[in-house]
Each structure stands twice: as structure tokens, then as C-alpha cells.
Design a protein around this ligand. Structure first.
Ligand SMILES: Nc1ncnc2c1ncn2[C@@H]1O[C@H](COP(=O)(O)OP(=O)(O)OP(=O)(O)O)[C@@H](O)[C@H]1O
Ligand SMILES: O=C(O)[C@H](O)[C@@H](O)[C@H](O)[C@H](O)CO
Length: 248
């Protein structure tokens, strides 16, 4: 895969299987956003070439060794949707919005102010894992992006099972790290969403932040602006892709 393949110019083929449940962005705004993200991606690509004029000629084509499941994780309000949409457009990879796979019962429970239990989450986690594998298989792309709070280690382990019988697949967790008080503020500012700000505390009660031995975790500082967090996430994902292709 060449650097240009990592930042394809035609983003229209990227599939979104499940769009986020948030209010739709009006088309002109979405179009503007797409073109701005595409232009950031292509600028990044040109910049890396400009810093090394002979790179295109002398660097062998980047060939990914694996297919990748990029799980964007963290508690409510950390920016999973914002980051996933950005990566989806920048890398032209299909994107599954995890919240749209919750059962109506789970959504009702959260909307009524009751945190989900382990029992409520198992089938959802398994579904996300299976949908990710299916999407990878059907799309033929080098990766798929999925949002999933994946708050506990054992939840991440459920997703990791995707690799057990598929040695060609790697799972990565992009953990968006921010404080409870910041996320309370963000969720408070969000309109028309079933998850209310007072639920953020329960997310942190459940949270088992990834440990050092979880080597498939890419931790991203998520307290900056949306643009800052999106760019940090893009950088770690791109670096990981390049390492897999033997180019970093
Ligand atoms: N870095 C940021 N700075 C400020 N506001 C942000 C940032 N990232 C996201 N937001 C805003 O915070 C709210 C939550 O963001 P987003 O929906 O992306 O988070 P999420 O992790 O997907 O949340 P949830 O799990 O509750 O769906 C949204 O209103 C979004 O516009
Ligand atoms: O595991 C969970 O508790 C859920 O996935 C939540 O994280 C919500 O769906 C999300 O926060 C929506 O706002």
C-alpha cells in the first residue's frame, strides 16, 4: 500500500454501515467537513513526501501485513464518534457506530438513568465483533473502524477474540483519555441524546483504563479540541498502519 493509498482522494466509496444516532449534519455542512478532512489527509501525505523528495521513488510500496479492526474506545463523551467519523473519511475505511447496535431495551435503560450491567453488554460486544469481521470480509478493505465504549478489560477481551481464528487480523483499541469532569461538561452540552450527563459518573465507575500489558492499546490524550484529538488519533493509527506495512 502506498502513502497515497492511506489517504485516497476518492472518499465516496467508504461505507458507513451504521451512522451515529446523533442529529444528522445538514448535507452542505457534511460536504464541507468531508472536503476539509480530505484536504488535511492529502496535505499530510504531500508533506511527508516533501520532507523527503526521493521517498516515492525509493520506498517500496507499503503492503499491509494484516487487516485491522480499529476500536475507538472510552467513556461517554470522550469523542469516539467524532474521531471515528474523521478516521473513516481520512482513511476511507468502513465505520460501524457501536451505539446503533444496542438493543432498544439497553437504550431505554440508559435513557431512564440506569447504567448497563455486564449481562446487558455481552451480546452487544459479541455483535460488534462479528459485525466488524463481516464488514472486513465483505468490504475487502484493509480495516474497519468501530466505536465501542469497551470500558472493562474483559469487554476488550471479547473483541480480541476476533483474532483467535484469524491470524491475518489485528485488533487495536484507540483509547480516548479524558477526565470525568470534562466528559460531564461535554455530555451536558449535547442535545437530543439518550445518555444524560449524570450517567458519566457510572461510566467512570465501570472504567478499567487499559493497562501497560494491553499492548494493542493506542492511548490518545482526548482533552484538547475536536480537531486536536482527531489529529492525534490519525497520527497513531497511521503510524501503526505504516509499521504493519514495514515502513516505519
Ligand atoms: N475534543 C472535543 N472537545 C469538545 N467537544 C467535543 C470533543 N469531542 C467531542 N465533543 C463533543 O462532545 C459530545 C460527545 O462527543 P462524541 O459523541 O463524539 O463522544 P462519544 O464518545 O461518541 O460519546 P457517546 O459514547 O456518549 O456516544 C458531542 O457533543 C461532541 O460534539
Ligand atoms: O457501554 C455502555 O455503557 C454504553 O455503550 C455507553 O457507553 C453508551 O452507549 C454511550 O455512552 C452513549 O452515550
Amino acid at each position: 500500500m502506498s502513502t497515497d493509498d492511506l489517504f485516497p482522494k476518492d472518499l465516496s466509496s467508504a461505507g458507513v454501515t451504521h451512522l451515529p444516532p446523533s442529529p444528522p449534519i445538514e448535507p452542505t455542512k457534511r460536504e464541507k467537513r468531508r472536503s476539509s478532512i480530505a484536504s488535511i489527509a492529502s496535505r499530510t501525505s504531500r508533506a511527508s513526501r516533501a520532507s523527503n523528495g526521493s521517498m516515492v521513488a525509493s520506498t517500496p510500496a507499503l503492503v499491509p501485513q494484516h487487516k485491522h479492526i480499529w476500536v475507538i474506545t472510552g467513556p461517554a463523551g470522550c469523542g469516539k464518534t467524532s474521531v471515528a467519523e474523521y478516521l473513516h473519511l481520512a482513511f476511507a475505511l468502513p465505520y460501524l457506530e457501536g451505539d446503533t447496535f444496542h438493543t432498544p431495551q439497553n437504550v431505554k435503560k440508559m435513557a431512564e438513568g440506569h447504567p448497563l450491567t455486564d449481562a446487558d453488554r455481552w451480546d452487544w460486544l459479541i455483535l460488534l465483533r462479528e459485525q466488524s469481521l463481516q464488514t472486513l470480509h465483505e468490504s475487502g478493505t484493509s480495516g474497519v473502524i468501530v466505536t465501542c465504549s469497551a470500558l472493562k478489560r474483559k469487554y476488550r477481551d471479547v473483541i480480541r477474540i476476533a483474532t483467535y481464528h484469524n491470524p491475518a487480523i489485528l485488533v487495536h483499541f484507540v483509547f480516548l483519555n479524558a477526565t470525568e469532569s470534562l466528559l460531564m461538561d461535554r455530555v451536558r452540552g449535547r442535545q437530543n441524546h439518550y445518555m444524560k450527563d449524570y450517567m458519566v459518573h457510572s461510566q467512570f465507575e465501570s472504567l478499567e483504563a487499559p493497562q501497560k500489558d494491553e499492548t494493542d492499546v493506542l492511548s490518545v490524550e482526548a482533552s484538547g479540541t475536536s480537531v486536536e484529538v482527531q489529529r492525534l488519533a490519525l497520527a497513531v493509527v497511521r503510524k501503526t498502519m505504516e509499521m504493519d506495512a514495514g515502513a516505519a
